[in-house]
Design a protein around this ligand. Structure first.
Ligand code: MF3
Ligand code: CO
Length: 256
């Protein structure tokens, strides 16, 4: 199902986007060498509670995981790229961490992810990988114009990722958002322009390029959730939720 929001509903969804943006910014600020992934989950859970928001993850039991997820945030470290289930692990300086967080506020879901290196010393290759997903995200957002198609977003993302010599996995990608987290349309992270669903004002999309290096194969952890690169190399992921409006894309999960 594809859900289209009225302009008034898009305004309501902005509140959700600001909550998700503030939560990720606060967590990023607080995380450092010595932080346990389980503490990050606890902090996120308190912020959800304080805001009167609702977690989209805790009860989520999709076919691609060993549901229910049971935590409120995904914490993916180094070779883990998607759906990292927080576990008892203490971060060290130089770890590459992805936080992926979605919540519902007043009935509207927004979804966002950031990758960053923990501590003060980051390897140039890690920075390059993270910057590539951020650049691909911006390109994808730029293509999300009313009247354009899903394939235009996919093509914009894929062009950036492929120019940086990363292989793209299309098992997981972006998606529609609205009153629930995962909706149609699916947005592969590569594709042909001019194809697919035509973007209309009121459509909410989570756009989420992610990359591995030298493989496009994922392996699932024994925890049944965490997806890692098959070659053990580091990975990165960047995600925003946008609203397609008559005057172009509006990034809901960017701090205003
Ligand atoms: N928010 C993730 C996404 O970007 C999905 C996480 S599903 C979970 O689509 F079950 F792992 F929480
Ligand atoms: Co998402």
């Amino acid at each position: 199902m594809i859900e289209l929001l009225t302009p008034r509903e898009v305004d309501e969804a902005r509140v959700s986007g600001q909550f998700v943006a503030k939560t990720l910014a606060a967590l990023r600020e607080r995380v450092g060498p010595g932080t346990n992934l389980l503490e990050i989950n606890d902090w996120a859970a308190s912020m959800i509670q304080a805001a009167g928001a609702r977690s989209c993850y805790v009860d989520y039991a999709p076919s691609f995981g060993r549901g229910p997820f049971g935590k409120v945030i995904c914490t993916s470290v180094n070779d883990a790229v998607l759906h990292g289930l927080p576990h008892d692990y203490v971060l060290i300086d130089g770890d590459l961490l992805t936080l992926d967080f979605a919540a519902s506020v007043n009935g509207w879901v927004t979804d966002s992810a950031i990758s960053f290196v923990v501590g003060n010393s980051s390897a140039p290759e890690d920075r390059h990988m993270i910057e590539t997903t951020e650049k691909a995200l911006l390109a994808g957002i730029g293509a999300a114009q009313p009247g354009a198609r899903i394939g235009d977003i996919s093509h914009a993302i894929g062009s950036v990722l492929e120019a940086a010599q990363f292989q793209v996995n299309t098992q997981f990608g972006g998606h529609g958002v609205g009153s629930t987290m995962h909706q149609d349309p699916h947005i592969p992270n590569t594709g042909k322009p001019g194809r697919g669903y035509v973007l209309r004002p009121g459509l909410l999309l989570a756009i989420e390029p992610w990359v591995m290096d030298g493989t496009s194969k994922l392996v699932t952890d024994p925890d049944g959730w965490t997806l890692r690169s098959s070659n053990g190399r580091r990975t990165a992921h960047s995600e925003h939720t946008i609203a397609v409006t008559g005057s172009g894309p509006l990034v809901l999960t960017q701090l205003a």
